[in-house]
Design a binder for this molecule. Sequence first.
Ligand SMILES: [Zn+2]
Ligand SMILES: [Zn+2]
Length: 252
Amino acid sequence: MRFASLGSGSEGNAWLVESKTTRLMVDCGFSVNEVIRRMARLELQAEDLTAILVTHEHSDHMSGVARLAKRFNIPVYASFGTLSFCRDDFPSQLSTELFSDSPVVIGDIQVNPFLVPHDAREPLQFVFDDHRHRLGIVTDVGHVTQHMLASLSHLDALAIESNHDEQMLVQGRYPQHLKARVKGEFGHLSNDQAVSLLQQLNPEQLTNVVAAHLSQHNNKPEIVEELFMAVIKEKKRFAIATQEEGLDWVML
Ligand SMILES: [Zn+2]
Ligand SMILES: [Zn+2]
């Protein structure tokens, strides 16, 4: 299995998870043209996608899903709450409902969805299992729950939201209500929360850790790297998925 990001952050998100026969996109917060352009960097075409999984309905994750799915006839998997937001945007035969803790098999990848605390209707995040490796991708989470920790056990690789530096957020220019939303229990994970999650997951067993969904206003890659490296130790096991460049293929 290998994975990559087409871009990560509040301006748009999309991940790719690929096994021998199956190519999944997770979220699509970019226009069709932008997705095609970004996929070309990874030597892929939109026609190659087996399915699109959607975590939740926020536009940085879903704005491009319906158009991409319709144009290339790609099945879409999401929770009832997420699908209810876009039900009229594409034919119902293209959509499949996901339930928290009910794994689905797509091609040769087993996808384990689990519910997370975030201010969306029914937000899910995913663990991918190709029977050789387990990869977790988790962004847009307000706080770490016991359910999340249990869902993320025995991973080989983890992409985790490291949204903001708490001090930069408090002292920054965001209006008060937005600061409260980001910090809140249904907002986004701070750097400290992300690192604390990592520490609870036996980080020495993770061959690859990716920090994702970094705020462009309330965070700095240098801060994230320093905090993560204190836990991960080896530079070759760590990377940051950025808004513009995303992240090149990571092999598991
Ligand atoms: Zn987001
Ligand atoms: Zn969100």
